[in-house]
Design a protein around this ligand. Structure first.
Ligand SMILES: Cc1ncc(COP(=O)(O)O)c(C=O)c1O
Length: 388
């Protein structure tokens, strides 16, 4: 996997000096926090994009059958999901779809269940739409996060709670929920008539022979579900690719698509279509190689931290690792300041994902093994000089 050498010439969020200053207190930081990659994109995608921008204009476009077929084959070949065209609504982003679902299917004050520590936008979108955040925190048992089903049953029964948002694979803890776990989740939603939203944006990065299951596999049993997903993360296309909402429920599908129409948000982006179609068609070898690199980076972290007090929650999916600093620090803010200042590496503080993530940090490892090795050693060194 070749590193993209021109990254520092791009206006990337992760290295925006203003953002670095406000989050980390300084700008000379090695940013390993935002979930995008440092690898060159797959050659077929580069070529398809080059071809598209050469000698062609950009009129209004629709998604052609070639796109839909390539997308359908991707889901069929990789996940045994038969993508019914009528289940799909293209959306500018996963988070946009979630906000629309909250607004269209709940009222102000209604409870939305999430499973922290989890992607912070879930909490933010609940707050911005004036809904109430109901937490079903994950349990950490023997270095593996698990769903607290007893608590989930109780929360699901509360009449005020209307939606459950799950994250699969889970960002930041890296769990890939098993078929049995998902079956249980779906059963609880069905028994309590909860709308189930599954954010499956990390579905393609599955490590160490784990098996991804989409909730769509249970659609025959329960239809009030929406999968929000995208291949933008998979192929490092966050700057151009959009997302898709997949639902077997006609009312849900119509409601999402009516809202997009209302705000005129359904426009097809020509570059997104080209990039994704070529990714679906020819991106698999690149993705296979990427997964090997990420697995090797996880192994490196495991090896390097062996003699330190930092513990690793080994990811089953995603290209992030969740590092446990509980044996070193007892104050999350102090941990974040200390590691940032001493190591010069910019990580996500665990408490950004909810207070359940306190004393953990998330590190993006979608970069070269050399960089990961250097960064983790700086972090180990920083933690070994901690005052506590
Ligand atoms: C779980 C999860 N969902 C959604 C997103 C963002 O997706 P989008 O930009 O399509 O809203 C991210 C980005 O890090 C993510 O980790």
């Amino acid at each position: 996997m070749k590193i993209d050498k021109k990254l520092n010439q791009l206006p990337l969020t992760k290295s925006n000096p203003k953002t670095l200053k406000s989050l980390f207190g300084k700008t000379d930081i090695t940013p390993m926090w935002v979930a995008d990659m440092e690898f060159q994109i797959a050659q077929p995608i580069q070529e398809a994009l080059k071809k598209r921008i050469t000698n062609s204009g950009f009129g209004y476009e629709y998604k052609p059958d070639s796109f839909l077929n390539a997308q359908r084959n991707w889901y069929q070949d990789n996940y045994s999901i038969d993508l019914n065209e009528y289940y799909l609504t293209y959306s500018p982003s996963v988070t946009t779809t979630i906000a629309i679902l909250l607004e269209n299917f709940t009222s102000e004050g209604d409870g939305i269940i999430t499973q922290p520590p989890v992607f912070m936008e879930f909490r933010d979108v609940v707050r911005k739409t004036k809904r109430t955040l109901t937490k079903n925190p994950l349990l950490l048992i023997d270095k593996q996060y698990q769903i607290d089903f007893q608590d989930l049953e109780e929360k699901a029964k509360e009449a005020n709670n209307k939606i459950l948002i799950i994250c699969n694979p889970h960002n930041p803890v890296g769990r890939v929920w098993t078929k049995e776990e998902l079956e249980h989740v779906v059963r609880i939603c069905k028994e309590n008539d909860l709308l189930l939203i599954s954010d499956e944006i990390h579905k393609d990065i599955i490590l160490f022979d784990n098996q991804f299951t989409s909730i769509l596999q249970f659609a025959g049993d329960y239809k009030r579900m929406v999968v929000c997903t995208s291949e933008a993360k998979t192929f490092n296309l966050c700057g151009i690719a959009d997302s898709v909402a997949i639902t077997p429920d006609e009312d849900l599908q119509r409601s999402i698509s009516d809202t997009f129409k209302k705000y005129n948000m359904g426009r097809t982006n020509a570059l997104t279509s080209v990039a994704l179609e070529s990714a679906y068609r020819d991106g698999k070898p690149w993705l296979n190689e990427l997964i090997k690199v990420i697995e090797a980076n996880v192994a490196t972290i495991e090896e390097e931290i062996k003699n330190s007090k930092i513990a690793l929650i080994k990811p089953e999916g995603t290209y992030q690792v969740w590092l446990d600093f509980r044996a070193i620090y007892n104050d999350s803010r102090a941990m974040f300041d200390d590691i940032t200042k001493r190591s010069g590496v910019g990580l996500n503080a665990g408490h950004w994902f909810g207070r359940e993530g306190a004393l953990f940090m998330r590190m993006n490892i979608a970069t070269s093994n050399e960089k990961v090795t250097e960064a983790i050693n700086k972090i180990i060194n920083a933690a070994s000089h901690s005052p506590s």
